[in-house]
Design a protein around this ligand. Sequence first.
Ligand code: G4P
Length: 524
Amino acid sequence: MNKKQQVAERKTFAIISHPDAGKTTITEKLLLFGNVIRQAGTVKGKKSGKFAASDWMDIEKKRGISVTSSVMSFPYENFHVNILDTPGHEDFSEDTYRTLTAVDSVVMVIDSTKGVEPQTIKLFKVCRMRGIPIFTFMNKLDREGKEPLELLSELEEVLGIESYPMNWPVGMGKNFLGIIDRYNEEFVHFTGDEKEEKMPLEQLQQSELKDHPQLQSTEEELMLLDEAGNQFDEEKVMKGELTPVFFGSALANFGVHSFFDTFVKFASPPKPRKTDDGLVSPESETFSGYIFKIQANMNPAHRDRIAFLRVCSGKFERGMSVKITRTNKSIKLNQTQQFLAASRETVDEAYPGDIIGIYDPNIYQIGDTLVGGKESIQYRELPQFPSEMFRKVRVKNVMKSKQFKKGIEQLVQEGAIQLFKQDATEDIILGAVGLLQFEVFEYRMKAEYNVDIEFTMLGDKLPRWLPEPPENKNIYDSRNILVKDRYDRYAVLFESEFTLRFFKDKYKDIELIDLLESNDYKSL
Ligand code: G4P
C-alpha cells in the first residue's frame, strides 16, 4: 500500500467528556468492535477493584483513575484507528490538553440526563481553538433525560457550535423505542438485548410500531429539524463548526456501532501541520513528528521515561536516525513502541497520524520536533496551556534544597507542572490545570527525589501574560500577583473575573494575554 493510502486510512482521535458521561464504556465498545478485547469489563472496573489496563502508576492504582493518557491502535474496516485516551477524572491535567493537540478529530460524549457539563466545556475550548472536527454522542438514552431538542440547543448556546443530528431518538428511558437514523434512512429498534434490529423507514410505516405515540411526536420533531434545523455540511464538520450528533446508549450498546461506522467515514485523516516555516503535509517524504507527552517511570523497576511522538509526515522506520531540532543532535530510534494500554509492542514502522512511544534517555522535552532528513522543522502544535490553580511550594527540610531544586527542574521540564516565581518575594509558585498534578508532583518528589514538600494554597487564579516587562510594579498585590514564568516572562495571577475586569478598566493601556484565546502560539 502506498503512503498516500496509509495516511488516508489513519483516524486518530480522542474521546472527551465530563466524568461519568460514559467515555470508558464507549471506549470499551469500540475496542470490542475492533476485536482488541473479547469481553466487556476488561477495560473498566472501578467498583469491582479491577483496574483499567492503562493504569501504570501506583498512584493510579490507589485512586482507580488513569493519570496517563494511553493510546490504543487497531484496524477497523478499511481504516487504521488510533484512540488517544484522555484522563476522564475530575482532576485531569495538562496532559489531557496536550493529547488533544495530537488528534485529528474528537468524539464528545454527553450524558443526556445532564447535558453539557463543565469539564466538557474546558476540553471543547481546546478542540475549538484547533478547529478540529467534533462528533457528539448523546449517551444514556435508556434513562429519562433532557429533551433531545433541549440538548441540541445547549450545544449551540453553551458551546457555540452548530449541530446536525445524524439520528433522532424515539422516546427515552422506559419508553425508549429506538432511533431514526437520518443519515442511513432507517429505523433501529431498541430491544434492550444489545442486538440492533434495523428496518428501512418505509417498512416502519407498515409495521405495528407505526401507531406508537412516541413515534408520532418524533415525526413532528423531525419535520421541525428538516425545516428549521441546520443542513449537514461536511466542510463545516471538517472545520469544527458543525458537530454531527448521534443519540444512543453505550451501556446497552445501542447506536454505538452505527455511530462508529459513520464516524470513521467522516473523521479527519491527518492534515498538514503548522511549523515555524509554514505547513508540512503528512504526505511529505521526510519523516517528522513532535513529542506531546513524556511519561516518566512507566515501569518503576527500570525508572524509564517514554516520550510520546505524533508522526506528522513521512514514514517512521525502526532504527532510523533522526535529529532533534532544538538541540540539533542526532539519535537512532531503536527502542520504539506502540501501545495497547499496558502492553507495549515494538513498532517497526509508523505513518502520519500514528503515535509511537520512544525510549527517552533524558534528552527529549515536550514540544520537541524529530526530523528524519536534513531539513530543519519545528512544529508549533504545542501551546502553553494556562494553569488554573496555584500553590506555593517549599522544601520541608532545607538540607534537601539541592534535590528539591533538581526535582522541580526536571518535573517542570517534563511538563508535569508549571513553574512561576513571585516577582516580589522569589517564592516558588506551582501552577496546574488539574489538582491531580499537585498530587503527582508531591508523590514523585518523594518517590524519585526523596524530598518532602509543603504546599500553601493560593487557590484558583486567572493567569494573564504581559507582552512587555511591567513599567510600574507597584500596581500589583495579593489580588493580582505579579509572577515570572519559567521563561522569565511576566504574568499576572488574578484572583477572580472581577479583579481581572477591574484591572482592565483601570489600566487600559496594559495588554493582557489569555493563552486559551491567543491562537497564535508565537505571540509570547
Ligand atoms: P466515564 O468513563 O466517562 O467516567 O464514564 P463510565 O463509562 O465509567 O460510565 C459512568 C457510569 O455510567 C457507569 O456506571 C456506567 O455503567 C454508566 N453508563 C455508561 N453508559 C451508560 C448508558 O448508556 N446508560 C446508562 N444507564 N448508564 C451508562 P457506574 O455505576 O458508575 O459504574 P459501573 O458500576 O457500571 O462500573
